[in-house]
Ligand binder design. Structure first.
Ligand SMILES: [Zn+2]
Length: 463
């Protein structure tokens, strides 16, 4: 409803509405719990390895004890395996190792049973995500989970020199202005947080000069958002010899895989370091890049297990699948969750930034590719097209050429004609009106290379 009113409003009403929404979001995020966790996380950033491990152990203990009592799904598993609260108290890590992996399918099928029904965890918000597997799921959040998530995000920023009062630009998958809008502004300003939200759906050659002019006039302290958006702008600026006349503290990327070829040109054009991070919207623990350019596994946000293709602990130099246990998603617990994202395991574990948390070499996963259409140019992450659509169990977008797409879907009885229409509209908002979409309803969508689900697949090479 909120989204619909926003979409249909003229620009000046959009500015007012967005600022009202931002005000309420700000209030929801800036709680005393948030401040408490931010302090705690900042304190633990430079602890020694034993101290930080101790914190991780305590967090795991409290998570396992809570789900033992309040999650019917886990209670049943604990009982079947004869695990007692005493076992959790004595050796939580050992208990964790006895628990089965939680697959994406299980998380969806048993979502109600998995839920933590501790009365102190009141439902505050439901997040929707397709994750990176193209499978839409709901994520139930309580206030503590929201507080912890934003505190971790703020710690990431503080450790790379971004202040809370910093002025920023954000590129996200949200429809900030009408997708078919032909004239600037393609952005809306959030006064409270000094944040300029820019549309990622108008990044075509035709409008690019407006974006660069606006960035040069606004001069943000930092920029945040999809790497594909920064890559498109940087490539254009570089080719047309347009200069970025300010020097940001940082660019932080989110939601998509950051590729080396993207980083290279973005850093050159914006004259600042690009900081990568991993934090799935499904509530995974987080990995963040530090001032020295290393990716630290934030082990006070959860436990990462890195498994190779034989399901053994991966060795340095190997690509590993991440299995995650999260301390920041407490209403919808994630315990040994097989999140289907991958990393390259690092050789070097020593960093001079002062943080002693482990390092991974590279975030490999999230191989959502870029798409390309004549009307929209590059199109980044497509998962926002699934927001709120019921009845789609799994979905894959295959682009055959500039015009033609096949959408493979596995659906259930909740899927209706109406949902299909909404889905088509969502896709055309992002890919352009002139594309041909062929919907296929299938029983199975085969996995791609390395057994990875490919939510988006482009069958031709981009120049
Ligand atoms: Zn470091």
């Amino acid at each position: 409803m909120k989204d619909k009113i926003y979409r249909l409003s003229p620009y000046f009403i959009k500015v007012i509405l967005l600022n009202i929404i931002a005000f309420f979001n700000y209030r929801k995020r800036n709680t005393s719990g948030y401040s408490m966790y931010l302090k705690k996380y900042l304190d633990s950033w430079q602890l020694n390895f034993e101290e930080i491990n101790q914190i991780q152990n305590e967090e795991l203990k409290s998570l396992l004890k809570e789900v033992y009592t309040h999650s019917p799904y886990y209670n049943k598993i604990f009982k079947t395996k004869n695990i007692t609260t005493g076992d959790i108290e004595n050796n939580p890590r050992n208990v964790l190792n006895k628990l089965p992996l939680l697959s994406k399918a299980d998380r969806r099928t048993f979502s109600k049973e998995i839920l933590n029904n501790n009365p102190k965890r009141k439902l505050v918000e439901i997040g929707y995500t397709s994750g990176t597997s193209g499978t839409p799921t709901e994520n139930y959040l309580d206030q503590e989970s929201i507080d912890r998530s934003f505190a971790l995000w703020s710690r990431f920023h503080e450790t790379i020199g971004i202040k809370k009062s910093s002025k920023s630009v954000r590129f996200s998958g949200r429809l900030i202005v009408k997708p078919n809008q032909k004239n600037k502004p393609f952005w809306v300003y959030n006064y409270l947080e000094k944040q300029l939200l820019m549309s990622t759906y108008h990044l075509t050659d035709e409008y690019m000069k407006h974006y660069i002019d606006k960035l040069n006039q606004f001069k943000p302290d930092y920029l945040d958002g999809y790497p594909s958006a920064f890559y498109i702008i940087a490539t254009y600026a570089n080719k047309n010899n347009l200069k970025i006349n300010f020097k940001p503290i940082a660019i932080t990327t989110t939601a998509e895989t950051l590729y080396d070829y993207q980083r290279e040109i973005i850093e050159k054009v914006f004259n600042c370091h690009v900081y990568n991070q991993y934090a799935s919207s499904e509530g995974s623990p987080v990995i963040t890049e530090c001032k020295c350019g290393n990716l630290h596994v934030n082990i006070d946000s959860g436990i990462f297990e890195f498994l190779n293709n034989k399901n053994e602990n991966a060795q340095p130099g190997e690509i590993a699948r991440m299995v995650v246990t999260s301390f920041r998603n407490l209403k919808t617990p994630l315990i040994r969750y097989d999140i289907l994202d991958t990393v390259l395991v690092a050789d070097n574990q020593i960093c001079n930034c002062g943080c002693n948390m482990p390092i991974v070499e590279k975030i490999v996963g999230r191989e959502d590719d870029l798409l390309w259409t004549n009307e929209k140019g590059y199109v980044g992450r497509m998962d926002t097209a699934y927001k709120g659509l019921k009845g789609i169990l799994q979905s894959q977008i295959i682009q055959l050429n500039h015009q033609d797409f096949i959408i493979n879907n596995i659906i259930d009885e909740n899927y209706t004609k109406e949902i299909e229409e909404k889905f088509i509209k969502n896709l055309k908002d992002r890919l352009g009106e002139s594309v041909n979409l062929k919907f296929e309803y299938v029983d199975v969508i085969p996995l791609g290379k390395n057994g990875k689900f490919e939510a988006v697949k482009r069958k031709f090479k981009l120049e």
